[in-house]
Design a protein around this ligand. Structure first.
Ligand code: TRP
Length: 327
């Protein structure tokens, strides 16, 4: 017996990188054992910020390849594209009636977007969190795994759900819990900022072993270690953070000791890390190649996912329309 239903959404950002994997996908995979999981590609949310929609389809399928290859099981979990279940837009509209404007304009995420795209402060952007609340509420999710940056949105969702149930004197919508998981903050190859595609400091899961190694070789290490003979400090080295994830305990101990006494240089240290990283991605890459050869199967998976999602969505909407008193 499962503990309840998990829902999570991710914008279609194309090929996923190690930061996406360690920060979200790995957790999505693990949650399948304890929960009924629904994972959604939020293409409508993406519309609030993208300049062109040209790559939306391709970015969706590339992301879904990665999800499936990483171990999201489409026979159990529901994987689908947000816009394939249009009920979410109806719930979005209904929830907007219990959403105070001031709450939306106060959200740090909204303010940030206004700073980032001052020439494109559209209505959809303001309603972004309402659409997210609609996602979660439509599927009556009990638990939502999100990173800390999304915590205000989840708290907002809980408020909207309470307001709806109170306004219409019902118990139709379910207040979701936030599942906060211990996830390492994955720093990019620049050794400074969070790994992200837009900063081009990322390592793609689907890259070849050669590309991966080349990328690792560009990683910034302890800046104080200039010459090969200088002792290094693994505590401030991002390559060492990756060793801790991908290398054996013996290797981690060796690198720790040898770096500090300049016994190992950064080049060899990176080569070892790249080798271990590549080894851990072997199964993933084989599964991904298999899927890439059958893109129609992946479209079928998304079609079936949408079909299963629509059944849940329509049941919720019937209750919602009734609770609201729509004629
Ligand atoms: N807002 C989330 C993000 O930017 C994406 C998202 C949309 C989401 N709907 C969701 C996350 C529902 C969790 C649940 O990452």
């Amino acid at each position: 017996m499962k503990k309840g239903r998990v829902f999570s959404g991710a914008r279609p950002t194309g090929r996923q990188h190690l930061g996406n994997y360690l920060g979200a996908i790995k957790n999505y995979v693990a949650l399948q054992d304890a929960y009924d999981c629904i994972y959604c590609v939020v293409d409508l949310h993406a519309l609030t910020t993208v300049e062109t929609t040209r790559d939306l389809r391709n970015n969706t399928i590339e992301m879904v390849f990665d999800w499936l290859a990483a171990g999201i099981r489409s026979d159990e979990s529901i994987i689908f594209v947000q816009s394939h279940v249009p009920q979410v837009t109806e719930l979005h509209m209904i929830l907007s009636m219990v959403t105070p404007m001031g709450k939306l304009t106060d959200l740090p995420t909204f303010k940030e977007k206004v700073r980032m795209q001052p020439d494109n402060v559209n209505y959809g952007l303001l309603g972004y969190p309402v659409l997210m609340a609609a996602d979660i509420a439509l599927y009556k999710a009990n638990a939502v795994p999100v990173g800390v940056d999304q915590a205000p949105h989840l708290e907002f969702t809980r408020e909207i759900v309470r307001s709806f149930n109170y306004r219409y004197q019902c118990k139709v919508l379910v207040e979701p819990q936030m599942v906060v998981t211990e996830v390492p903050k994955v720093i990019g190859t620049d050794g400074q900022q969070k790994m992200s595609k837009s900063l081009d400091n990322h390592i793609e899961l689907a890259a070849t072993p050669e590309e991966t190694q080349a990328r690792v070789m560009t990683m910034v290490t302890d800046p104080a270690r200039v010459r090969r003979t200088d002792p290094g400090n693994p505590d401030v080295c991002n390559v060492f953070s990756f060793h801790k994830i991908f290398s054996s305990p013996d290797e981690v101990a060796m690198v720790d000791t040898e770096c500090r006494r300049a016994g190992i240089g950064c080049v060899d240290c990176k080569k070892l890390m790249a080798k271990n990283l590549n080894a851990s991605l072997t199964g993933f890459r084989a599964r991904r190649r298999e899927l890439e050869g059958h893109p129609d199967d992946v479209m079928d998976i998304l079609g079936q996912g949408a079909h299963r999602a629509r059944a849940i969505a329509e049941a919720t909407m019937a209750e919602v329309r009734d609770a609201v008193g729509l004629p």
